[in-house]
Design a protein around this ligand. Structure first.
Ligand SMILES: Cc1ncc(COP(=O)(O)O)c(C=O)c1O
Length: 401
């Protein structure tokens, strides 16, 4: 099994759909290992009852190749942009009401996120990670077989995959060579109901400045512009959350999975004006936030939790700088380029990516490679602890001639 996995590209568009668009973004997905995932990535023949009854487009769909699904072997796990810290004080959680259903939107959680983000409580929905928020938006606003979303790739794969699972089209548009929004973005995205902009972008780590995002929001008044700020704590000056007051067509996605070190808790937030929130609340599950999750999340969002998060972000950014410097030195010698990181990860392109992949495998390092043709030579490394970074830096330094 390969730790820097490569194999199946996502498959072609849904076969039976009337969906108007769709160049499916093979681009957006991470590559995967063959040996533990063959079933996931092969189209299913309609021979079983389940396959005959299933929505036909699902038979062709390649599900998201999450880091956990891909697996890998090693002792340095830097393939999912997780935090190396574990902050939860389990003894302090109040689980005494686990016999009761939780509130749909736990008031203490919404209040804590409002205090943290500066966004009014009426503009916040808590979800099962930002991933569920993406799905809620698609289910709430896109008509299956008719509507489309737009994405700017290479970017996070779940926008396209969520759309495909509901037979919603995908206008898979490209970022520019410098990973900015293309000059014709408004024309290109026209007709899409939801336009996703990932900022900082995963996996490139690049950012689009606020004025440019505001232009996009203004240029697409009949669409909802969804700005995914999963990594915004690593560059908070780029947030557009304050623009929510001015634009009814803006949605901001957030998560506690990254800087707040709670990927295992599954807690995200959709921030938007009340009109959008009202529609989202019609499709959300009755109890999307399990009680232990809101307990853990409220703890993370306490003043002490926020202070700790900020300290850990600084520490991770410092480790990330060391890693990026080591990668830059390696690339100067062996060919390649390193993108300036703005999230908790760095993307590097290597002239001989196979050699680097093998080096990582041989040293028990699980990083992430891509099938996207634009990222064929790229590997993404999540920032990690000092000890992990020491090992990575000395590994790349050991390659000096
Ligand atoms: C850009 C982006 N958005 C959303 C998510 C999903 O976040 P969550 O863990 O809150 O579902 C990720 C996870 O890696 C991500 O990279």
């Amino acid at each position: 099994m390969s730790q820097v996995p490569t194999s199946q590209a996502p498959t072609s568009p849904a076969p039976t759909s009337n969906v108007p668009v769709t160049k499916i973004p093979s681009a957006n997905c991470a590559s995967n290992t063959l040996d533990n995932n063959t079933l996931d990535t092969t189209s299913i023949e309609p021979t079983t009852l389940a396959a005959r009854l299933a929505r036909p487009e699902l038979l062709e769909l390649t599900p998201y190749q999450s880091a956990r699904r891909l697996g890998g072997r090693g002792d340095i796990w830097i393939n999912a942009n997780e935090s190396p810290f574990n902050n939860v004080a389990v003894a302090e959680l109040d689980l005494s009401k686990l016999n009761r259903y939780p509130e749909c939107q736990p008031p203490a959680l919404i209040n804590a996120y409002s205090q943290y983000s500066g966004v009014a409580e009426s503009k916040i929905v808590a979800s099962r990670g930002a991933d569920e928020a993406i799905e809620l938006l698609i289910r709430a606003f896109c008509i299956s077989g008719i509507d489309a979303i737009a994405t700017f790739g290479p970017t996070y794969g779940m926008y396209a995959i969520s759309a495909q699972t509901f037979n919603v089209g995908v206008k898979a548009l490209s970022l520019t060579a410098e990973y900015g929004l293309p000059s014709d973005f408004a024309t290109a995205a026209r007709g899409a109901k939801l336009v996703f902009i990932c900022n900082p972008n995963n996996p490139t780590g690049t950012v689009i400045d606020k004025a440019r995002i505001e232009q996009a929001i203004q240029a697409l008044p009949d669409a909802i512009v969804v700005v995914d700020e999963a990594y915004i704590e690593f560059c908070p000056e780029y947030s557009v959350a304050d623009l929510l007051e001015s634009y009814p067509n803006l949605v901001v996605l957030r998560t506690l999975s990254k800087a707040f070190a709670l990927a295992g808790a599954r807690c995200g937030f959709l921030l938007a004006n009340e009109g959008i929130i009202e529609i989202i609340m019609r499709v959300i599950a009755p109890y999307p936030v399990p009680l232990p999750v809101s307990e853990v999340a409220v703890q993370a969002l306490s003043p002490a939790g926020i202070a700790r998060m900020k300290t850990q972000v600084k520490e991770l950014n410092a480790q990330g700088e060391r890693l990026a410097a080591a990668l830059n030195l390696y690339c100067e010698q062996w060919g390649g380029a390193v993108l300036t990181p703005n999230g908790n990860y760095v993307l590097a392109e290597f002239d001989d990516v196979a050699k680097v992949a093998q080096l990582l495998i041989d040293n028990g390092i699980v990083a992430r490679a891509y099938k996207d043709p634009r990222l064929a030579k790229a590997i993404r490394f999540s920032f990690s602890s000092q000890a992990d970074t020491d090992r990575l830096v000395s590994l790349f330094e050991s390659q000096k001639l």
